[in-house]
Ligand binder design. Structure first.
Ligand code: FES
Length: 136
């Protein structure tokens, strides 16, 4: 009987320790995620309908940021065909690759619409945080 009581106490302590460690890990993860965002441009400098080219802080790759009435979004400008740099053509509302003519629709997840590319441009996580557009 005494062994069972000791076993129960150990099991309870292990459970409590596990809950405490999980809580600490969750808090640290949330704090890291918050601290990891990087300012890209002040929201006041990016009007609705405008774009802004930038280099991502995390991967150091070229990217383009869009602001629409509904918010902000961004994509890598590295073409998914063979890696050339795409540019935004405002009149065509399309991201166009100069190398082999692939075109991507930024309003539809940067999916390819024309040319040899088969996969969308990589999305970059961004958000409006206070007075800034930030990379998450
Ligand atoms: S590298 Fe962009 S279409 Fe080929």
């Amino acid at each position: 009987m005494k062994k069972n009581e000791e076993f129960d106490r150990r099991t309870t302590l292990r459970g409590a320790l596990l809950v405490a460690l999980t809580s600490i890990t969750t808090l640290l993860t949330k704090e890291s995620a918050t601290a990891a965002s990087t300012n890209i441009i002040k929201t006041s400098k990016l009007k609705v309908g405008a774009t802004h080219s930038f280099t991502t802080a995390k991967q150091g790759i070229p990217a383009i940021l869009f602001r629409t009435k509904t918010g902000v979004f961004a994509y890598s400008t590295i073409c998914t065909h063979q890696g050339c740099t795409v540019t935004y053509n405002k009149s065509k509302k399309s991201l166009i690759c100069p190398c082999h003519g692939a075109q991507f629709d930024p309003l539809k997840g940067a999916k390819p619409t024309t040319g040899p590319a088969e996969t969308p441009l990589a999305a970059i996580k961004v958000a409006i945080k206070g007075a800034w557009v930030v990379e998450l």
